[in-house]
Design a protein around this ligand. Sequence first.
Ligand SMILES: C[S@@+](CC[C@H](N)C(=O)[O-])C[C@H]1O[C@@H](n2cnc3c(N)ncnc32)[C@H](O)[C@@H]1O
Length: 228
Amino acid sequence: MVDLEMDGDQEGGEGRSGASRGGAQSAMSDRQLRSKSRGYGRFLLEYLKMPSVVGAIAPSSKSLARRMVEWLDLENARVVVEYGPGTGAFTQAILDRKARQCRYLGIEVNTVLGVMFRKRFSELKLYEASVADVKRICDAEGITEIDCIVSGLPWASFSTASQKAYLDAMMSVLRRNGQFVTFAYLQGLMLPAGVRFKNTLRDYFREVSRSKIVWNNLPPAFVYRCRR
Ligand SMILES: C[S@@+](CC[C@H](N)C(=O)[O-])C[C@H]1O[C@@H](n2cnc3c(N)ncnc32)[C@H](O)[C@@H]1O
């Protein structure tokens, strides 16, 4: 998911601030660029180790992050859970929109990406676990219902059995009328796994719609917006 623009839109580094401008700050900008490059390198390495789990060679773009959260009623949510946050490409977009009292939980199965996430968002709670365990995690946190789930999981690379196991677990905690968003790559619409996932979503949710395509992401992607 490499961004097409070279304007700092790409996520994945260790810092949280955007690229700085001007002479005195250009050294910091260089440092940020180096940190981002290291971030991409580690992400790519994790992909090479576990392609079907990581599912992307680089973190998502900020454009996709904005598209992921724009439909969500985050201002009124009490609990938001992020599935597979990786290095946190969507996390800042969630934080920018959610109310202060809304709780955030992340669930990330990859240890290396989890460490990178914690460096960027040390104040947030991240479980190093599979989303199959979401109910157990919610029980441990005293959470009975989730309002919004933001998913970065590579659903099309999972088997049908895993897709269903993760969605069944989700249904045990996502509240009625709760919202679920997840992205998919454009080319996936032509692949059997992508079509299967789209149909599976319609079995689980009463509303499923698609966002406009985010071209500023490589590969271009779109967002499924689902309401229970
Ligand atoms: C395509 S990457 C997306 C990362 C980030 N959200 C982004 O958009 O840049 C998929 C992420 O889902 C994580 N993941 C895959 N299977 C998972 C599972 N069963 N439970 C939790 N995280 C999982 C991977 O480790 C990886 O961080």
